[in-house]
Design a protein around this ligand. Structure first.
Ligand SMILES: Nc1ncnc2c1ncn2[C@@H]1O[C@H](COP(=O)(O)OP(=O)(O)OP(=O)(O)O)[C@@H](O)[C@H]1O
Ligand SMILES: [Mg+2]
Length: 312
C-alpha cells in the first residue's frame, strides 16, 4: 500500500524550478528519507505534500486522497513539523503540548496522559515550566517535534527535525521515531545528514536542484557503489615526490590534501593497495596510518551531487 503517490510534481518560483517534475511512491509503514543539499527543494516538496502550497503542475495523492482537490481532508490525517520554528514565545513547555492537543480536539484525560509521556520521552521534564522564548535552540526543537505526537496520525512529515539537537538528543529522537514506525506510522523525513538517513530510513531519495537523482534502499545505494573503497594514508612527513609516483597507478582516483594525507578511491582496492605499499616500501617512506574502508553513503551522496553539478 502506498500512502504517497506523486507524479510529475513541480513548483516554480519565477524562473526557479524549486521542484522539477518529480515522481515517487512511498509505502505505508516505512521511513522515507528525502536527502539533498541546501536549496535542493526538500522543504518545497514537504510543503507541496502537506498541501501548504499549490503545485505548478503534476498530481499528488496522500493516503489515497487527491491532495490538490481535497487539501483539508489530507491535513486532518497528517502531522507536519516544518523547518521554520513555530512556537508561542510566552507559553510554557507543558502548556504548549496541552494547547496543541486542544487544537486537535484530544480529550482532556488523554491530553494529560500524552503530555506527561512526551515530556518524559523528549527529556523535557526539567524544563516543563520554562517559557518557549527562554529555551535553547535544541530544547525548542524538541518541544516542536514532541507536540506533533499529541495527536494521532497516519503519516508524519518532518523537515530536518534534528537540526540543533546534540548527538544524544538526536539519537533519542531517531529511536523514538523508529518505535513509532513499528506501531504503523509512516514518516517522510528530510535531512542533509547521511548517517541519519542511513540509520532511520527504509528508502532514500536523493534530490538536488529540484530533481530526484536516485531512489533506493540505503543498502542498494551502497551496493551500487559497493565495490568502491576509500584508502586513506597518513604519512609521518610530507613527501612531495610521492605524488607523481602514485599518479602512475591505474584504476584509482587520488586526492592529495595537506601533503601528509592522501585519499584514494578505487574499485580495485586490493590491487591498488599492493601497488601503493610497494611504492612506499621502495622509497623507504614511513606511514603513520593506512586504512581501506568501504565508501560510505555520505561520499556517494557528495559524488552524485557533484556529478549533477558538472552535468548541468
Ligand atoms: N517562497 C519562495 N519564493 C521564491 N523562491 C523560493 C521560495 N521557496 C523556496 N524557494 C527557492 O526554491 C529552491 C528550493 O528551496 P527549498 O527551501 O525547498 O530547499 P531545501 O532543500 O529545503 O534547502 P535547505 O536544506 O536549505 O532547507 C531554492 O532555490 C529557494 O531559494
Ligand atoms: Mg529546507
Amino acid at each position: 500500500m502506498f500512502c504517497i503517490n506523486v507524479d510529475g510534481l513541480s513548483k516554480s518560483y519565477g524562473s526557479v524550478k524549486a521542484v522539477n517534475d518529480i515522481s515517487m511512491s512511498v509505502q505505508s509503514g516505512q521511513v522515507f528519507g528525502f536527502l539533498g543539499p541546501n536549496g535542493a527543494g526538500k522543504s518545497t516538496t514537504i510543503k507541496l505534500l502537506t498541501t501548504l502550497i499549490q503545485p505548478s503542475g503534476g498530481s499528488l495523492s496522500i493516503l489515497g486522497i487527491d491532495a490538490i482537490k481535497n487539501p483539508l481532508k489530507v491535513r486532518h490525517k497528517i502531522g507536519v513539523v516544518l523547518q521554520q520554528p513555530s512556537y508561542e514565545p510566552t507559553l510554557t513547555v507543558e502548556k504548549s503540548l496541552e494547547k496543541y492537543g486542544m487544537m486537535w480536539n484530544v480529550p482532556k484525560n488523554e491530553r494529560k496522559k500524552r503530555t506527561e509521556n512526551l515530556l518524559t520521552e523528549f527529556d523535557l521534564i526539567e524544563i516543563r515550566k520554562k517559557r518557549n522564548e527562554d529555551l535553547s535552540i535544541g530544547q525548542r526543537r524538541r518541544v516542536q517535534v514532541a507536540r506533533e505526537f499529541m495527536h494521532d496520525m497516519d503519516l508524519l512529515f518532518l523537515d530536518e527535525p534534528t537540526v540543533g539537537l546534540d548527538p544524544s538528543a538526536r539519537r533519542k529522537l531517531l529511536d523514538y521515531l523508529k518505535n513509532k514506525v513499528k506501531t504503523g506510522l509512516t514518516i517522510f523525513f528530510t535531512t542533509h545528514i547521511l548517517t541519519e538517513a542511513e540509520y532511520l530510513c527504509d528508502e532514500i531519495a536523493i534530490i538536488d536542484k529540484g530533481k530526484i537523482l536516485a531512489i533506493d534502499t540505503p543498502d542498494a545505494l551502497k551496493n551500487r557503489f559497493g565495490k568502491e573503497k576509500t584508502i586513506k594514508i597518513h604519512l609521518i612527513k610530507n613527501q612531495p615526490e610521492l605524488k607523481s609516483q602514485l599518479s602512475g597507478i591505474s584504476d584509482c582516483k587520488i586526492d592529495f590534501n595537506t601533503g601528509t594525507n592522501i585519499t584514494i578511491h578505487s574499485t580495485q582496492s586490493e590491487l591498488v593497495l599492493m601497488k601503493i605499499l610497494r611504492i612506499l616500501n621502495n622509497n623507504g617512506i614511513d606511514v603513520d596510518d593506512l586504512s581501506a574502508v568501504p565508501t560510505n553513503l555520505e561520499e556517494i551522496f557528495l559524488k552524485m551531487v557533484e556529478e549533477n553539478v558538472s552535468n548541468n
